[in-house]
Design a protein around this ligand. Structure first.
Ligand code: PLP
Length: 234
């Protein structure tokens, strides 16, 4: 299967799930996750209509940034404070903000570049120890702190990575919990807060995520095939 065929197929499934949840297909954005895939494959995806790509490592963004056609870059993986400076002027959004310390560093670097960075707060609603993100109980406080203390950040919504379960139905409740928090903020429009994005759903569970209200899905494997993690060690 070609990358283009895969993208068309995902777009079709994405559209059906959107309609099933009472929205239009174009209301849900497909972010192509390109970690461990090179510029050639990325450019092929862009030629096939992809406008937004997601990377989970700062280093990969640095390596590939100049070799890929114009596209919006999203940082979707865990971000270490000391690496914010490398990507602050390269990405359009950081999906993985889960501490005030990280937010303050993003704020500081954004100010230095005279920009306002869009971020999502990462909620670990399943409270999996192996994953980053804050608990649902901590979310209101972190949002309030960032809004109060970080003038160069605009909070645009929430992000969630569900646990891997054989049956994606089993993670539906975790998406629903994050949607509930999202709904509390979606009509609160301030200079620092403008909730528009709910980033939930990957290859394995994006249809369930959309049905629960996601409007941004992050899909890698279903577009590019399985990733060869061995090549990471080179
Ligand atoms: C890798 C990754 C994805 C995409 O996962 P697939 O299962 O390959 O679709 C989505 N979100 C994050 C944060 C990731 O690291």
């Amino acid at each position: 299967m070609s990358i283009q065929t895969n993208i068309e197929y995902i777009q079709e499934l994405k559209g059906k799930a959107a309609v099933k949840s009472g929205r239009n297909p174009e209301d849900v954005l497909l972010i192509a996750v390109t970690k461990l895939h090179g510029p050639d494959e990325m450019n092929e995806a862009i030629d096939a209509g992809i406008t937004d790509i997601g990377e989970n490592k700062v280093q990969e963004i640095m390596d590939k940034y100049d070799r890929v056609k114009p596209v919006r870059w999203h940082l979707i993986g865990h971000l270490q404070t000391n690496k914010v400076k490398y990507i602050i002027d390269k990405v359009c959004m950081i999906h993985s903000v889960d501490s005030l310390k990280l937010a303050k560093e993003i704020d500081k670097r954004a100010a230095q570049h005279d920009l306002v960075m869009d971020i999502l707060v990462q909620v670990n609603s399943a409270e999996e120890e192996s994953k980053f993100g804050i608990t649902t109980a901590e979310t209101d406080q972190l949002i309030a702190d960032i809004a109060e203390q970080c003038p160069n950040i605009r909070i645009k919504g929430l992000m969630c990575i569900a646990p891997f379960e054989d049956d994606p139905e089993d993670v539906r409740e975790y998406f629903a919990e994050v949607k509930k928090i999202y709904d509390k903020y979606v009509n609160v429009k301030t200079e620092r807060m403008d909730f528009q994005h709910l980033s939930m759903g990957m290859t394995h569970d994006f249809e369930v995520a959309i049905e629960e209200g996601s409007n941004m899905i992050r899909v890698g494997t279903a577009i590019f095939g399985y990733r060869d993690y061995r090549s990471e060690e080179k």
